[in-house]
Design a protein. Sequence first.
Length: 151
Amino acid sequence: MRKYFAYFIFILICIKFLNSCTSSDVYNPNIIKKGSYEFTMFDTLNARLLKGTLTVENIINSDFSGSYRIDSVFNSNFPGYETMDADTFSGNFLNKEYKVFINTNPRIADANVFWNMLYRTDTKIYTGEWSFSVFRSGNLPYKAKVTMRKL
């Protein structure tokens, strides 16, 4: 009986030790999930430029990709609009920092619109800035607001 009691205590200690090893820094799969997201791009005065739907189709580790479509155009006169016709995107995320990065035209290296967002756990909305980047340009990258939320 004493022998079994010692084994029982040993098992309880092991369980307690293993439970104490868990942490909030462990991979959180909730920051990006497969499915559709509504996005809106704004200009520097916070006026809506376009609205669309982005669909996450693939997730491998911290990289993800899929397709997007533009549903409504409020103003097409902004840098980078003409490059957003690829219909595919790629991105990655940093779970610990709740950061999400998206390239709206991964097929080419030049003339892309990039989204740099932060996931807000309280509102469940991704918010940040977008920028149009080109290799050779006398202009600074255009930066403005972008939001995205899971549908």
